[in-house]
Design a protein around this ligand. Structure first.
Ligand SMILES: Cc1ncc(COP(=O)(O)O)c(C=O)c1O
Length: 457
């Protein structure tokens, strides 16, 4: 970072901030990109360079990057009641409004809402409630949490333990004991020759059942999964996967936590991924688009079965001993409530149902590109996989960093995507238009060609 002026934001950044999910050595050498402002699906850096953000930040900027209307709501709420908590029976109206609304729109009957500030905390709370629930009903040994390889549920100690990301466990001494992981249901990469999606899904469900039997069904408390895997590569489930997996969970009386942190609020073309794939979870975690990414808020919806047990525990213990200072913060709930109003007024779900198929169709055309082996998606979420040999579905040597190479060229063409290994995920703001989807495709086409040329050289 020798080129950065001593008092520049870049120089001050490297002297002061540890960045999440960043190579700290490379960061010191390369310095940060400074984002200054945004409008719609576009963000601008401090050199005035414009990027079309096909990742919606971290899957969350559903309404784009600036909103006068949400700003006003936050401002008015800060003037009226800028903070209060929900501890010891205290409440406020915006929190109640939001909880009621979430229960109204829930994909399956849900009983109550717990607020937190992030997706990680919502999943962490869900995991604690699995333990609490089973203790309450007299099965305290039913504690193991089953996640999936490559899934991501957050960075707190428990939510990352439930995640199947080896790179995020390394040298943290995680996952904690009692967290186990079943197969990564990546049909394109792992199906056997001639195996249909349905047959593959059966194999995945059988692997889950075998894991439960190995661990002991009496010790398996819950399964946590995203309807569509986000940080696992923008990976849609193989046909019939969810019906088969849920049958296994039912057989062994396990709770099901649907992590809707990415899928919730329209991403898959319905309000919830659980509706797109007919999931019947006991708990649902949601965040991100809940507030259009403009306030840190998450919610955990729990069903009556779980709440009943918690209620009984209060009778026994005298308290529900769990909480966060900023849970149900009135500014976050007011902004989230207004976000849900905006979605309704704009008919956001209808919009995703209209433009989503267009995006899938446009991105599917890249399947002909020499680098691309697989393109699949749903709603406004698509995963695209780069391969060394299309006929053999042979991956590139990971050391060649093909995903990162495509990402580098995409940025050079003003396009932000999210790469996970050699898969690229697309999840633009939900307000994206067909013209902007064409713009994504144009920039991506140039990036893929440049990446091909670099990889051949
Ligand atoms: C599916 C899923 N769950 C949970 C999380 C964690 O959310 P947060 O970063 O708000 O803690 C993420 C973050 O990307 C996610 O994609």
């Amino acid at each position: 970072m020798t080129y950065a002026a001593p008092n520049s934001v870049q120089a001050r950044d490297i002297a002061s901030i540890v960045h999440p999910q960043t190579n700290l050595v490379k960061h010191l050498e390369q310095g940060p990109i400074v984002m200054e402002r945004g409008q719609g699906c576009y963000v601008y850096d401090d050199h005035g360079r414009c990027f079309l953000d096909a990742a919606a930040g971290l899957w969350c900027a559903s309404l784009g990057y600036a909103s006068e209307r949400l700003a006003r709501v936050a401002y008015e709420q800060m003037r009226k009641l800028g903070y209060y908590h929900l501890y010891r029976g205290t409440t406020n109206e915006t929190g109640v409004d939001l909880a009621e609304r979430l229960l109204q729109i829930a994909p399956v009957p849900m009983s109550k809402v717990l607020f937190q500030c992030s997706g990680s905390e919502a999943n962490d709370t869900a995991i604690k409630l699995v333990w609490y629930y089973h203790s309450a009903i007299g099965k305290p040994e039913k504690r193991k949490i089953i996640g999936r390889r490559m899934a991501y549920h957050g960075s707190t100690s428990a939510s990352i333990s439930a995640s199947g990301k080896a790179d995020m466990h390394a040298d943290f001494g995680l996952p904690f004991p009692g967290f186990v992981h079943t197969e990564y249901p990546h049909y394109y990469r792992f199906h056997r020759d001639g195996e249909t999606e349905e047959q593959f899904a059966t194999r995945m469900a059988e692997a889950l059942e075998a894991l439960i039997l190995r661990e002991g069904p009496e010790s398996c408390g819950a399964f946590i999964a995203e309807p569509v895997m986000g940080a696992g590569g923008g990976l849609t489930p193989p046909r019939s996967y969810w019906a088969k997996v849920q049958a296994v969970l039912h057989k062994y009386d396990m709770l099901f936590i649907a992590d809707e942190v990415i899928c919730g609020f329209g991403r898959t073309g319905n309000m919830w991924g659980s509706q797109t794939y007919e999931l019947k979870p006991d708990m649902i975690s949601c965040a991100k688009a809940l507030s259009a990414g403009m306030q840190p808020i998450s919610a955990l919806l729990i069903n009556q079965r779980v709440f009943r047990a918690m209620f009984d525990e209060s009778r026994k213990l005298g308290n529900f001993a769990h909480g966060f200072t900023y849970a149900g913060h009135p500014v976050t709930t007011a902004v989230a409530m207004e976000t849900l109003r905006i979605y309704e007024e704009m008919d956001m779900i209808g919009h995703v149902q209209r433009v989503g198929p267009y995006m899938q169709q446009v991105l599917a055309m890249f399947a002909d590109h020499p680098l691309v082996g697989d393109v699949r998606g749903v709603g406004l979420l698509t995963g695209m996989e780069m391969v060394a040999d299309k006929a053999m579905r042979a991956p590139f040597d990971p050391a060649r960093n093909v995903g990162a190479t495509v990402d580098k060229h995409a940025r050079a063409h003003g396009l932000i995507t999210r790469f996970i290994g050699d898969r690229i995920a697309f999840s633009p703001p939900l307000i994206v238009t067909e013209a902007e989807i064409d713009d994504i495709a144009a920039r991506l086409g140039r990036a893929l060609d440049d990446a091909s040329a670099e990889l051949r050289a």
